[in-house]
Design a binder for this molecule. Sequence first.
Ligand code: NAD
Ligand code: ZN
Length: 361
Amino acid sequence: PVIPVNTPSATYNVTIAPNLLPTLHSRLRKLNPGKPFRPFIITSPNIWSLWSKPFLASFKEPPTVLFHPAGERHKRMASVESLAQQLSTAGADRDALLLAFGGGVIGDITGFLAAIYMRGIRYVQIPTTLLAQVDSSIGGKTGVNLATGKNLIGSFHHPQAVFADTDLLRTLPPAELRAGLQESIKAGVIYDAKLFRYMEQNAEAILSTKRNADPTPLAKVVAASVRVKAEVVSQDEKESGLRMILNFGHTIGHAIEAATNYKQLLHGEAVAWGSIAALSVAVARNTISEKDANRIANLILRYGPLPTFKATAEKLVSLTSRDKKNRSGIRSFILPTAIGKVEIVRNVTEPELLAATNAML
Ligand code: NAD
Ligand code: ZN
């Protein structure tokens, strides 16, 4: 499927299909008809060694490849400067088209580089992880980390297109797949009861690594999750309201990531724990039925196992007050009210949070 993103600052398509890479060249060529075509690939060595062959299959002249090491700790300003210098040395001008070929780290850093190189050039997302296909490649948020926190430097800069080849997911480590699926569960919880039910009823097929049927259950989940993200972002590009619902599970999730130094858990795993904590706030408030709450918790655990970690509730709650999304010290919380429906609340108290976090631990 082809799913449109339509915001005040950009309009583009997310194309989701197996076997996309071998036709990449003509797809890219069509984006800027009549303009010079000067592609630069930004990827990491491990992804390139797995997938360079199909990627380059449709190119007569192979583009310049710039490598960026895999891993969250390299999502820093120093890497942006180094890549910008390499671009400049390689002769990239305003007509350069950056191709972000990797997971969310490559996508975020390439998007930010594209936002600031020569005050802004075009880029395309070719996401290779499930998380990047269903979440980070869409919506134009780009950026890098500071020592004091994640994504503290950045810019809104949308890609010209997103090409998500679901075949790429075959080489993904199983834990990365499961962690990414937690973001799909989130999409179901906040916006799409049908996706939620599909994930309940087809868990085994979705998690299976043997995938020869077409369209595969996993590809269906990718498409439905993309649709949620694309619709939400199209309605609220700069996160003044609706887009906040995408942060379900993320307030406590980010606190868990910070408490464990971003090393122990994958992002999706931390979000899964955070979703369970947010769910217990809703349960304690009686704003969701027990039945729906159980379905949500069960689905999250079904796509586990969730690794355990060491942190006190006090520590986690104190870390939530540093969340970038806070305004004037007030935390916004996303609480589910039914499958596919959430409310944004600003009056979650510290004792409530402590109780919910303790229940999760
Ligand atoms: P990642 O980019 O670090 O990739 C995870 C690992 O998988 C890496 O080691 C990578 O090299 C490897 N890998 C990637 N594709 C592979 C493939 N096809 N086969 C085998 N190995 C492969 O992690 P991620 O989960 O994709 O992204 C996390 C990042 O995304 C975080 O920095 C987060 O802040 C960001 N993010 C951004 C947004 C946004 O809106 N911009 C949204 C959510 C997350
Ligand atoms: Zn997330």
